[in-house]
Design a protein around this ligand. Structure first.
Ligand SMILES: O=C(O)[C@H]1O[C@H](OP(=O)(O)OP(=O)(O)OC[C@H]2O[C@@H](n3ccc(=O)[nH]c3=O)[C@H](O)[C@@H]2O)[C@H](O)[C@@H](O)[C@H]1O
Length: 431
């Protein structure tokens, strides 16, 4: 069959095939066109990524936080400056990382209330429901705190922030939290708690003036330590989870930056913080949800049917500890990456000093929710959990009069009130 057999009856609608020679040159020109367009397309993609803020860990899945963030421009800089503007005598201008997180939101709001300038930074990752983070953001925005969307690994963003605002302090709360999740996603702990911390410290040490830094360590650094209550002088070289190990690494990294560059650094070992606007991955939070939904809750027990207990610490007491640390933080001694003299290096326990068994926490929730929990008592899994925590807070007491005042019953009552208001559980309210 010749190609003529395919000639359409209406010439013009469909171009007739020309000679084989014509066909070959046409094919060649199509290939050339395709090559040019492909080249242009690749060039555009390359330019897009080249202009994006550089990342220190291209293979890391969390890199998506770096490229998704948009920042820069005159209007953006104005928002940054306005948010960080100090409104009280001797106030600070504080960069709060992890500002849309649980502790970050409360600390930002407290600083703003007393007249400090506050700029938030958060990558809004989806470790837990980002809508809760957005709701916290909206809350902060109403009080004049702007949260820049970006990752602490984004060095060019951090540099830009320090170019726009000479922060006096950094409250570093951005982290990958959660003890048990570390077995599922170890890379995210290294990305945020180690690489992210180093990238922040790199920018802080180059800043002029260098800020004083207060940052979140964790009670989990005590790991397998059996001496109670836990004192800052106790050994912390036996972490039981990768989470704990990255926080411990953070403490050592802090030592290095203090030693070499004169950065003033204060690490805070938080003890199981709870309260309104809390983290949904934490036991008190998802127990509340599951009790209300009639779902069975797993309650861990230690060896020989022993109680697992935590020194649960109410968020307002933690905020007091954060502000006390900021207020007593001395200036960093370096400038432009050069140390000029010894600088302050501290670590404080921030706990409630009265451990409560998890079974008692559940009983309190049952009373507050007026719903009986379906309990499934099970052996403490080998997933990084430790059986007991108890803070000795005498150092924080001595340095800035730290004194927690909220017991678990009172704190959970405030949490449950918030939870029911926020999630609007009519069933529990009606009972
Ligand atoms: O102080 C810290 O440094 C850490 O505190 C928090 O860790 P934890 O003290 O482990 O809190 P959380 O998970 O609420 O479990 C509470 C209790 O419930 C028990 N627990 C837990 C889960 C479960 O299913 N059943 C159970 O009995 C469990 O055995 C435990 O006894 C933060 O999450 C962490 O980011 C870090 O900041």
């Amino acid at each position: 069959m010749s190609h003529l057999d395919h000639t359409p009856s209406t010439p013009g609608k469909f171009k007739m095939d020309k000679s084989p020679y014509y066909s070959r040159t046409r094919w060649h020109s199509s290939v050339a066109k395709l090559t040019i367009w492909s080249f242009l397309f690749i060039a555009v993609i390359f330019l897009f990524f080249y202009r994006s803020p550089p990342s220190s860990s291209n293979s890391d899945p969390s890199r998506r936080y770096l490229t998704s963030a948009t920042w820069g421009g005159a209007a953006w800089e104005k928002r940054v400056r306005t948010s960080a503007r100090i409104r009280s005598r001797n106030g600070f201008s504080v960069l709060v990382t992890g500002a849309a997180g649980f502790v970050g939101t409360h600390v930002s709001s407290a600083l703003k209330r007393r007249g400090d300038g506050v700029l938030g930074l958060d990558n809004f990752n989806d470790y837990y429901d980002p809508t809760l983070k957005r709701a916290r953001q909206a809350l902060l925005e109403r009080s004049g705190v702007f949260i820049v969307e970006g990752d602490i690994n984004d060095v060019s963003l951090l540099k830009k922030l320090f170019e726009v605002v000479p922060f006096t302090h950094v409250m570093h709360l951005a982290a990958q939290a959660g003890v048990r999740y570390a077995m599922k996603n170890p890379a995210s702990y290294v990305h945020s708690n180690i690489a992210g911390f180093v990238s922040l410290l790199e920018v802080c040490k180059d800043a002029n003036p260098q800020p004083a830094i207060v940052w979140a360590s964790s009670s989990s650094v005590y790991g397998l330590n059996t001496k109670v209550p836990f004192s800052e002088k106790d050994r912390t070289d036996q972490p039981a989870s990768l989470y704990a190990a990255t926080k411990k690494a953070g403490e050592e990294i802090a030592h290095t930056y203090n030693h070499i560059y004169g950065l003033s650094l204060t690490g805070l070992r938080f003890f199981t913080v709870y309260g309104p606007w809390g983290r949904p991955d934490m036991a008190y939070f998802f127990f509340t949800k599951d009790i209300l939904n009639g779902k069975t809750i797993p309650i861990f027990e230690a060896a020989n049917h022993g109680n697992v207990a935590r020194d649960f610490t109410y968020i307002d007491d933690i905020v007091k500890g954060c502000l006390g640390s900021l207020d007593t933080a001395e200036k960093s001694t370096g400038s432009g990456g050069k140390k000029k003299g010894p600088a302050q290096l501290r670590v404080f326990n921030l706990g409630n000093t009265s451990p409560v068994p998890v079974t008692d926490l559940v009983s309190i929730l049952e009373r507050l929710l007026k719903v009986k929990a379906k309990r499934n008592i099970m052996k403490l899994p080998r997933n990084g959990d430790v059986p007991y925590t108890h803070a000795n807070i005498s150092y924080a007491q001595k340095e800035f009069g730290y004194k927690p005042t909220t017991d678990l019953q009172t704190g959970l009552k405030k949490f449950v009130r918030w939870y029911l208001g926020y999630y609007g559980n009519k069933k529990a309210v009606a009972r």
